[in-house]
Ligand binder design. Structure first.
Ligand code: FES
Length: 218
């Protein structure tokens, strides 16, 4: 009686992520891919010069990472990912440590900001004094969500946590100028004055994708 034919039990080609054929025909174990913060582009000359100046200003001082990052953002407008290896090497840190600090603090940007930067206080005293309505108004007026740069590159909208004007909030900062007791209406006028708004008035309805304006202070 003929025996039933068994299915082919030979293994197919090795397609797993951790094996690859070697010259000897045997599978070689590969290291799993490492999480890396390696930049995809090399730093520009201007970026390298900014880093050299920032590091030189902190030479020999402990805890130099934050001052160096502040100096780079002041000089370049952001901390380019391409500089992370150079920062790490200069300060004898790992790339992960540098990347961790940059990503932990909202203050540091990895991408260039818009031509104007609107920083809106989201801390408690301002929140209790109309800050939520002001945040909604800012997003509706600019057509740009918090943490983002508008599509035309004109303005970046960022939250900050206290601008030192707690008693006169809600407060915000546009570029280098602080503004206290801000209302949605005053914000609309200010943005219009900067050319960021076609009309000095609140929109009848917010653009899609941003929270509706609610609870504006009288
Ligand atoms: S809480 Fe807004 S300025 Fe201090």
């Amino acid at each position: 009686m003929p025996r039933p034919k068994l299915p082919n039990a030979s293994p197919g080609p090795l397609t797993g992520p951790h094996t690859a054929p070697s010259a000897a025909g045997q599978g070689a174990v590969l290291e799993p891919p490492l999480h890396t913060t390696a930049p995809t582009t090399a730093p520009t000359t201007a970026q390298q010069q900014a880093l050299a100046a920032a590091v030189a200003a902190q030479a020999g001082r402990p805890g130099a990472l934050l001052p160096v990052l502040h100096a780079l953002q002041a000089a370049l407008g952001h901390v380019p990912p391409a500089l992370v290896p150079g920062i790490a090497q200069a300060l004898n840190l790992s790339r992960a440590e540098v990347h961790g600090v940059i990503s932990y603090y909202h203050h540091f940007r990895s991408q260039p900001a818009g031509r104007h930067v609107l920083q809106l206080c989201r801390a408690e005293a301002c929140q209790a004094n109309g800050g939520e309505a002001l945040a909604s108004a800012a997003q509706a007026l600019l057509g740009c969500a918090m943490h983002n740069t508008r599509a035309d590159g004109a303005v970046t909208l960022e939250p900050v946590y206290c601008l030192g004007l707690c008693a006169t909030g809600p407060a915000l900062q546009i570029d280098d100028r602080l503004h206290a007791r801000m209302t949605p209406e005053r914000l609309a006028q200010r943005l219009h004055g900067l050319g960021l708004l076609a009309a000095p008035a609140l929109p009848a309805s917010p653009p899609t994708g941003v929270p509706a304006l609610a609870g504006a202070r009288p």
